[in-house]
Design a protein around this ligand. Structure first.
Ligand SMILES: [Zn+2]
Length: 511
């Protein structure tokens, strides 16, 4: 997720509670040097050969959706470690007048451990009308935000079943465990005009579909969204086209790479679609309201430069498609392959969400105490972009200078207010501590190993772990193995210390 947005900036949010005077780096986004994407008619037709959203379970077909779920260490209320969803087939229908969402969710589930039931997350607002397991009706229990589905028999570990849930209801936000002022709630929210969009980190996907709502269970997705004529339904992955059904439009989306629930894009509005091509032919789609076309096009014109900037440092863009959906609100969220972004955001904020495609989306934290693995890295990329796009006329900025002006002066106060970045307060989710402090840690590694080795390290981290979940122990072991030095004490100090660490990274001789 992006830094604090909206009326109060991060700087005012920090200053208000720490009384620190902070000067922001003087950075502006670059003007566009790339051609505008060429708009094309949406709905170019259904692409054959896709996986049907109602297909039945096959453990081999969806093996890329296999995960090793664990109980989350910060928000254990959501997610079930016995449940490994391999694939979600979501057939959704939206009525903007009644604001009722009707869905059929077909889940291919692997028993991650021996079990006789699966506990899914589904908001109490959503009525589970009918539940089957391998085609047989079962008596589910819907208690609060938990839907318990009896398997009907004892399942051995690795057994796979198909759970189908038909449901309906009007989505509502649930409270967010945050202190930042720009996040009012989590999940899908319905606008006054019948539009809808979702922001669901660290949880909240359960407000619009039954799911194992925790980061350690990645899965594949096929989503269809049926909407009245004039509306569009947007999710992540490849847009496979619009079909017609009884006067409605049906939007087809296919995610070929595993996705954590918090990274599934979802919005319905009167969107227009632009198609464009990114670096080396990456297909891109942008979804926006016609009234915002001018501001949107100023941002989307810079997207090819953003992807190229990141590829030069962190290696190839990690997915086959890219895109941005622009809901009519202030948000910056790195939903996988289809970023959710308010059109009033700055280019450096959008660059941050693209950086997450490598750090957070391709490689995802196992649990939420690893949020620094997302935000520290995306923030570091954002600082690099800000340094490279410093205001014209002034001396060229360096990432060191940007960090000295932003993160370094507040690190100590953030640790005291929000917790050390490796142990953030659960009620302070996505506070600046998990952005700034690990960015400073990464900069120390860069100075210790030099730019080429540093960028190769982050490139390898993203690409050698793409599609998986990782944690602190894996990162420390990876850095140590790649550099031949022991960074354990250095990294742990930066993640654990209640005060700004003074420890130096190990030198070339391992000193
Ligand atoms: Zn972020």
């Amino acid at each position: 997720v992006g830094m604090v947005r909206g009326k109060r900036s991060l700087m005012t949010a920090v200053a208000a509670s720490t009384t620190l005077a902070i000067s922001a780096a003087g950075c502006t986004g670059s003007s566009a040097h790339t051609p505008k994407p060429t708009p094309s008619a949406s709905g170019s037709g259904w692409v054959s050969g896709s996986v049907s959203a109602s297909a039945t379970a096959s453990s081999s077909q969806w093996s890329a959706g296999r995960s090793h779920p664990v109980a989350d260490d910060m928000y254990p209320r959501y997610g079930d470690p016995a449940t490994d969803v391999l694939h979600y087939g979501l057939d959704l229908k939206w009525d903007p007048t009644s604001t009722v969402l009707t869905g059929t969710a077909t889940l291919a589930i692997r028993a991650a451990e021996p079990t006789n039931r699966f506990v899914l997350d589904l908001a109490a607002d959503m009525s589970a009308d009918h539940v089957t397991v391998d085609g047989a009706p079962v008596a589910d229990t819907h208690d609060g935000d938990h839907l318990t589905v009896p398997a009907g028999r004892q399942l051995a570990a690795d057994a796979t079943v198909t759970v189908v849930v038909t449901y309906h209801g009007t989505p509502h936000l649930v409270p967010a465990p945050v202190t930042r002022p720009d996040i009012s709630g989590l999940g899908a929210q319905v606008g006054s005009d019948g539009g809808m969009w979702a922001q669901q980190e660290p949880y909240g996907a359960f407000t619009w579909f039954p799911c194992n709502d925790q980061p350690s269970d990645k899965a594949l997705y096929d989503v269809t969204i049926t909407v009245p004529d004039g509306w569009a339904g947007v999710s992540g992955g490849a847009f496979q086209g619009r079909t017609e059904s009884g006067g409605n439009g049906v939007y087809h989306w296919h995610q070929p790479n595993p996705v954590a629930t918090y990274l599934v894009a979802f919005s319905i509005d009167r969107y227009r679609e632009d198609t464009a091509t990114g670096p080396h032919g990456i297909p891109m789609t942008f979804w926006y309201l016609p009234a915002e076309a001018d501001t949107v096009h100023k941002l989307t014109a810079q997207v090819p430069d953003m992807i190229s900037f990141l590829e030069q440092r962190f290696g190839p863009y990690p997915f086959p498609t890219a895109g941005v959906l622009f809901p009519p609100d202030s948000v910056g969220m790195e939903t996988q392959t289809m970023i959710t972004f308010g059109s009033g955001g700055k280019p450096s904020d959008l660059l941050h969400e693209f950086a997450h495609q490598w750090f957070g989306d391709a490689v995802t934290p196992t649990t939420w105490s690893g949020l620094w693995l997302n935000e520290g890295f995306a923030m570091y990329a954002q600082f690099l972009w800000q340094a490279a796009h410093a205001s014209t006329g002034g001396p060229p900025a360096t990432v060191d200078a940007v960090l000295q002006a932003t993160a370094a002066p507040v690190d100590q106060a953030l640790r005291g207010r929000d917790g050390p970045p490796g142990h953030p307060l659960p009620t302070h989710f996505a506070s600046p501590n998990v952005y700034y402090s690990p960015a400073l840690m990464l900069n120390g590694i860069r100075h210790a190993v030099g730019d080429p080795a540093f960028y190769q390290l982050l490139n390898d981290w993203a690409h050698q772990h793409a599609g998986t979940n990782q944690d602190r122990a894996a990162f420390v072991a990876f850095v140590n193995a790649k550099t031949g030095r022991d960074f354990s004490a250095y990294i742990n100090a930066w993640l654990d210390s209640p005060t700004t660490p003074t420890i130096q990274p190990p030198g070339p001789t391992g000193s």
